[in-house]
Design a protein around this ligand. Structure first.
Ligand SMILES: Cc1cn([C@H]2C[C@H](O)[C@@H](COP(=O)(O)OP(=O)(O)O[C@H]3O[C@@H](C)[C@H](O)[C@@H](O)[C@H]3O)O2)c(=O)[nH]c1=O
Length: 387
């Protein structure tokens, strides 16, 4: 590796949600923690970042958290960029001109990568690792996360499954977490479902279904976009909702959650019976939680997200019994297509397969990870590129 400047730089622009910063922050932590790499994470919106890292100072130009140097990416850069061993532009963000100039002029150039969004589509394998020739005679490589052995892999910390298993071994852990989050009235045997979704009419339909169930159902919802779809059920405008509030109707109890850091969010997913997640990072963390889930995929133009959803569902259901597979897929489609009646119908139908789906959710993380996680594959990719 580059002996003169061994550090890695990751540049991230926050688009409109938490996914871009969520993924890069996770990767940065893992590279620093497991590979002892000096990592600089450059972020253009520290205020948004602060929602998932509450100890962050949104005004500081440079600060250290969990072994990572977090730098404010403003124009011009408040701290000069020095080329290191690796330069990652996350999700095709446009690097500042002075960074590109510094790379071009460097005596030892960094390995330059564009970290792409995760997809289960087949074409990913063919594109992963391809170079794109840049002005100044340097290659930029496409790094494609994915589910196959030929792709860039999936972000997963080495000790994650052991920590999850220890957490799930005793219901004391989830009850202590609920108490810490200010949630009241949840018994160990009650059904708990977390919801971190975009707006969808499917949510209201599920609420109608849950309130008529014979046993309590608790929906744990962090303050955010999901509540926009539950307006008729709220006692106040969304802006006035406060963490700890509880909205009861029949056997349904909706709890308003604070947003926590990523570790806290993992623990929440581990503590639930079912998770409704979205985007990219929470989608993956729900899989690692080893619990059944619905994926509310980030909407794209011309419904392209449904192609990505189908690709993932095909993989996830590969070795599932056909009737269970069909039911779970229909539920996910109905949720994403905002079909209220279909969501209720498929949720009800899925209850018949509860234990088989749970067993699959437990096995899936082991199968999905294959030989190596994303950080491990990335470090190997960089080593090869430097040869
Ligand atoms: C609810 C919650 C989330 N989080 C974290 C988990 C994730 O890292 C992050 C949420 O990211 P995602 O699940 O990916 O969903 P998102 O909708 O916020 O982000 C999206 O942004 C778009 C621009 C991308 O194109 C999408 O693919 C997607 O990544 O927030 C917490 O740390 N604490 C919390 O309390």
């Amino acid at each position: 590796m580059n002996a003169a400047a061994p550090h890695w730089d990751i540049f991230c622009t926050v688009v409109d949600n938490y996914g871009d910063i969520g993924v890069t922050w996770r990767l940065a932590k893992q590279l620093a923690g497991e590979y002892a790499l000096p990592v600089n994470l450059w972020v253009d919106d520290l205020k948004s970042f602060g929602h998932i890292l509450p100890s962050l100072d949104p005004e500081a130009c440079s600060q250290q958290h969990q072994g990572v140097t977090i730098l404010k990416w403003s124009t011009p850069l408040p701290v000069a960029y020095t080329p290191g061993a690796v330069l990652i532009e996350a999700f095709a963000c446009e690097l500042p001109d002075d960074v590109k100039a510094a790379v071009k002029d460097a005596s030892v150039r960094p390995v330059w990568l564009n970290l792409e969004y995760l997809s289960a589509e087949d074409w990913v394998d063919g594109c992963h690792g391809l170079p794109s020739f840049q002005p100044g005679g340097i290659n930029k490589y496409f790094y494609m996360p994915g589910f196959s052995a030929q792709s860039g892999g999936l972000i997963c910390e080495k000790d994650l499954f052991a920590r999850r298993d220890a957490w799930q071994a005793s219901s004391e852990n989830k009850l202590a977490l609920f108490e810490k989050l200010g949630l009241k009235g949840i018994a160990a045997s009650d059904k708990v479902i977390t919801v971190f979704s975009y707006e969808t009419e499917a949510l209201g339909a599920l609420c109608e279904y849950f309130e008529q169930q014979p046993n309590p159902v608790h929906l744990l919802i962090p303050k955010g976009r999901s509540f926009n779809s539950l307006l008729p059920r709220l006692p106040c405008p969304v802006s006035e909702l406060r963490p700890g509030m509880r909205i009861d109707s029949g056997n349904l109890h909706i709890h308003v959650l604070p947003m926590t850091d990523q570790q806290g969010y993992d623990e929440l997913l581990w503590s639930a019976d079912f998770n409704i997640v979205r985007g990219e990072d929470s989608f993956l963390r729900a899989q690692w939680a080893a619990k059944p889930f619905i994926w509310h995929i980030y909407p794209q133009e011309d419904d392209y997200h449904l192609v990505k959803l189908e690709a993932f569902m095909r993989l996830y259901c590969d070795n599932l019994a056909p009737d269970l597979a069909s039911c779970w897929q229909k539920l996910n489609l109905a949720f994403n297509q905002q079909l209220p009646q279909a969501v209720q119908q498929h949720w009800e139908a899925l209850t018949e397969f509860d234990s088989a789906l749970e067993a699959h959710a437990k096995q899936w993380p082991i199968d999905a990870l294959k030989t190596a996680d994303l950080a491990t594959r990335l470090v190997q990719f960089v080593k090869k590129s430097l040869r």
